[in-house]
Design a protein around this ligand. Structure first.
Ligand code: DON
Length: 307
């Protein structure tokens, strides 16, 4: 067994025992039904070795982790013009904050808070039907993960569509400033559905590999994005990937990471590994509690912090 496999298994066992699991997201009713006792961890290194621990193959709702991939896709479509619509600064506010949008005249602070991700989704949608845009996003995930079984959990999407009043407020507010081009319900429909993509830790770590290896997929050698773009997406994950918990995550884990309220985190150790962890219980900022604890242990034991 390799050193990485050993550490991954140890951590998965330790996390199983922990009583402090956080609380599952309750504002999306379908996510409130998830069993908080689950835990998965997968690390894929530069030689495409896969180390797995715990519930590595159980699909979960990736939620905001999808925003990394929609950002990548949108940058591929419109290039740096994207930054005219969305900023690149940490928000220091909750992911669904309304107040900052008014101060900044409808231009979201970054592509990972909900407002920013909705604006990015609107760019992907432009000129297409919602179904086509969603198909593009899903096929991109399947291509990156090399797994055509990845699908949208329609129950989660419908649950959020029924209850997503805050996102509707954010989208309508941006529309009033001309930040969205498409009908608000089209953009929101695509946004809710890409958040509802279900993936396992194994699939997610596979999908994140291009960010760890200078924009390339290490198994095929194919370039997904230029090295410079991968580096910049990592920078935004480090500074904005955990919302108002981004400083704490950088301090403790020391890697670019993106969380989702389904309890998943995608973390990137540049040049070393693509890492996915999942524990459904969240901390006060809406980020996976044990996911962060596990990543802190992993980077400490393997010496992988970028600092
Ligand atoms: O829009 C929402 O509120 C959810 N679909 C995604 C939020 C999320 O994952 C925040 N992450 N920790």
């Amino acid at each position: 067994m390799s050193a990485i496999e050993q550490v991954v298994r140890e951590i998965a066992e330790e996390m199983r025992e922990r009583p402090d699991r956080g609380d599952v997201a309750s504002y999306i009713p379908e996510l409130a039904r998830v069993d908080a006792g689950q835990f998965g961890l997968v690390v894929i290194d530069a030689d495409d070795n896969v180390a797995v621990g715990g519930d590595a193959d159980v699909p979960f709702s990736i939620q905001s982790i999808s925003k990394v991939f929609t950002l990548t896709l949108a940058l591929g479509r419109v290039g740096d013009r994207l930054w005219e619509r969305v900023g690149r600064e940490p928000s220091g506010s909750p992911f669904n904050s309304v107040v900052q949008l008014e101060y900044e005249r409808g231009r979201p602070r970054n592509p990972f808070i909900n407002a920013g991700a909705i604006a990015v989704t609107d760019l992907i949608l432009s000129g297409h039907q919602p179904r086509e845009a969603l198909g593009d996003i899903l096929r991109f995930m399947q291509f990156l993960a090399e797994d055509s079984s990845i699908a949208i959990d329609e129950a989660v999407a419908a649950s959020e569509q029924r209850t997503g009043f805050r996102n509707a407020a954010l989208a309508n507010y941006m529309k009033s400033f001309g930040v969205l081009d498409n009908p608000v319900d089209y953009t929101l429909g695509v946004y809710f559905h890409h958040c509802a993509i279900a993936m396992s830790c194994r699939q997610l770590a596979m999908a994140g590999r291009f960010l760890a290896y200078n924009g390339r997929n290490p198994s095929t050698g194919l370039s997904v994005v230029q090295a410079e773009r991968a580096r910049r997406i990592n920078a935004i994950m480090l500074t904005c990937g955990h919302y108002d918990g981004s400083g704490e995550f950088a301090y403790r884990v020391g890697l670019p990471g993106k969380s989702g309220v389904g309890g998943g985190i995608l973390a990137i150790a540049p040049g070393k590994a693509s890492i996915a962890v999942w524990s459904p219980g969240l901390d006060a900022n809406g980020n996976s509690h044990l996911g962060r604890v596990a990543l802190e242990a992993l980077t400490k034991r393997l010496g992988w912090s970028i600092f």
